[in-house]
Design a binder for this molecule. Sequence first.
Ligand SMILES: [Mg+2]
Length: 364
Amino acid sequence: MGDTLLIRKIIHVDMDAFYASVEQRDNPQLRGKPLAVGGAAARGVVAAASYEARKFGVHSAMPSVTAARKCPELIFVKPRFEVYRAVSQQIREIFAEYTPLIEPLSLDEAYLDVTENLKNMPIATEIALEIRGKIKAVTGLNASAGISYNKFLAKMASDLNKPNGQAVITPKNGPAFVEQLAVKKFHGVGPATAEKMHRLGIETGADLKGQSLQFLTQHFGKSGPYFYGIARGIDNRQVRPDRVRKSVGAEDTFVEDIDDLNRATAELKPLAEKVWSYCQTKGFSGKTVTVKIKYSDFTQATRSRTTALPFADCNDILDVASGLLATVYPFKRAVRLLGVTLSSLTNERADDETEGQSQLGFSL
Ligand SMILES: [Mg+2]
């Protein structure tokens, strides 16, 4: 049996414009209108955009000011993460009817391994269809799905017939699909990596396939073997329901070293906000705040505090972080870097994206 190859059946389920769709579901006046979930304030960022808003070029992670300029009629709605978390839980319960192998990527996305499934259904496409139907019946919301023989291709496939659609990439057409795809569209290739590939003359999957494992490892380190594999439609990562992220953190190095406590404290705010907004999109919190202080002579100190209950608010994290920073004042040297990390996390599941990790500077 050594040469028997088990072809896995992976489904990637992705809710369509999730936060925005929940808001339109719950408030009929928002239906059919360009809508952005997120703050309209000067420093606000769009967390999600309705399809009506996307037609104007509005998308998530865009500064709210830019979004409002692109679409003057844009309606901003404050996020209601407790509602999104509740819907996410409903969706996960539907997944669990089919398989225990569920790996959430965020509140609105998950990989399911249905190779063997609790309903003994042989056709993954039919499972995806059923799941999407149940999601619609239970939540009133549309989901899209990608079905394939590995996570990378399932993820890419869920975008193909979005919104409210699904697509299959088979072992037969997987390699050709990857070859024609622009690398900047690859899951796991963010803007910085795409730019680096561009400089190396790698624009498509076919270009990537033309590079040796040694070349890719030399230029992309640990991601090299992953890129080498996906260029061939190969991705052996398992769907892992129980991977646990230990912490989420953000840090910033200052243009000029800081020796004033008030100024240093002010720098903690965007860090705490970054950490908290990530926690919210993933639907978890934590109980331990750690502040890292790196001084101008590159020595560093860390101070931690653990609370009895998980944090429910960004301001509480900020208060604890500010208190911790104050304990090392007066600073022994001017401060060149500050970091805020939240750990002792509640039921979080890690994802695989090195891109997301490097953007937020996760300390795992
Ligand atoms: Mg989505």
